[in-house]
Ligand binder design. Structure first.
Ligand SMILES: [Zn+2]
Ligand SMILES: [Zn+2]
Length: 357
């Protein structure tokens, strides 16, 4: 526990420890049993102050009784160090921040900001184990109380993830947070990765362009000191600029790529035209000088164009004969057919896959 009351004073454990004289006074108050649990519903409210060489300073109940604060400690104790680091950072930003605050019935918020003007804001820390029911209940409770809640996800930062292949807490942030941002912070509180999805589609011929250089989910590396509030939303310094630069670069790369695809298509069409003219001289033989690469591909397109006449067999420039299966409709080399040919059906047959139909 970070908070305690001493007469009229509100004590924060990590601040008490900063100064020897202050800590000595608090230790004496603790010895005299004067420290109290700040939870108004606490049934055994006497606290003690503890600070050793291994654990950071904290308050604890002298006797175990029923107390929401104790319950919070039990569930969220694992985030204690992270909470203190965040608190110290936001305090240094001069934000009106408190930690471990009971603003909802029977619930402690990890961090709480009581802005002079602006919606009171809580920060909750979630993990891969945080379930949908807890998240939705808290969303509703904060909203009813006229407050907003921002979620941080404690996990390993710097991971490459995608929206479709991650756990609920992360997907929730990517879909339902203010700017659809996901902020992942390491348990050591040092590194942060902020993610945001690019909402646009990049279609070429009805197919989504996929590129490792320009993933759907943009990610940005930062440090705890980069966290700050802008327009009531938590973000990291430099994120917005980096995200916009990423989008611009992606759109440019896409435009260049699309133009290339269209040029390639125009080239192939010109090849078909050459072949079509050849056809008048050499009939259905696909004649290309160099039957490989793009020209061979053009030749294959040509086969598809001439396969459905039944007067002349269709051969490619290598001398392979091609036939259409009348069952599955596919066009393949004759080696893949169990039977083909005949009067009025020169280029039709039954392929091996359709043998039993
Ligand atoms: Zn208590
Ligand atoms: Zn078939």
């Amino acid at each position: 526990m970070e908070n305690a009351l001493w007469k009229k004073h509100h004590l924060v454990a990590c601040e008490v420890a900063e100064d020897y004289e202050t800590e000595k006074k608090v230790r004496m108050a603790s010895y005299r049993g004067e420290l109290r649990c700040p939870d108004e519903e606490c049934l055994s409210p006497i606290l003690k102050y503890c600070h050793g060489e291994i654990r950071a300073p904290y308050f604890a109940h002298r006797d175990n009784g029923e107390c929401d604060y104790v319950l919070f400690e039990k569930n969220a104790g694992v985030f204690h160090g992270l909470r203190v680091l965040l608190y110290e950072h936001f305090k240094a930003c001069d934000y009106p921040v408190e930690m471990e605050t009971k603003v909802l019935p029977h619930h402690y918020s990890h961090l709480f900001f009581e802005w002079k003007d602006g919606v009171p804001t809580a920060i909750e820390i979630g993990t891969k184990s945080t379930n949908v029911d807890d998240v939705m209940k808290l969303q509703e409770a904060y909203s009813k109380a006229g407050m907003q809640v921002i979620w941080l996800v404690a996990d390993q930062p710097g991971k490459t993830i995608s929206e479709e292949h991650t756990y609920f807490m992360k997907r929730f942030c990517l879909n339902e947070s203010g700017k659809k941002d996901l902020i992942v912070i390491g348990y050591d509180g040092k590194h942060i990765t902020q993610y945001r999805e690019d909402p646009d589609s990049y279609l070429v011929d009805g197919q989504e362009m996929v590129s490792e250089n320009y993933p759907k989910l943009f990610s940005y590396e930062a440090y705890i000191n980069d966290l700050y509030f802008e327009d009531g939303t938590l973000t990291t310094r430099g994120f917005e600029e980096a995200y916009n630069a990423f989008l611009q670069e992606k759109q440019l790369a896409f435009a260049v790529y699309k133009e290339q695809v269209e040029e390639d298509k125009a080239y192939l069409l010109r090849q078909y035209e050459v072949l079509r003219r050849e056809r008048e001289i050499i009939d259905t033989r696909v004649y290309v000088e160099n039957p490989s690469g793009e020209e061979y591909e053009a030749g294959h397109q040509y086969i598809l164009m001439v396969i459905d006449q039944q007067e002349q067999p269709v051969l490619d420039a290598l001398g392979n004969r091609w036939v259409r299966c009348e069952f599955c409709g596919e066009v393949k080399k004759v080696a893949e057919f169990v039977s083909f040919g005949g009067r009025g059906r020169v280029n039709l047959g039954r392929c091996q896959c359709c043998k039993d139909k």
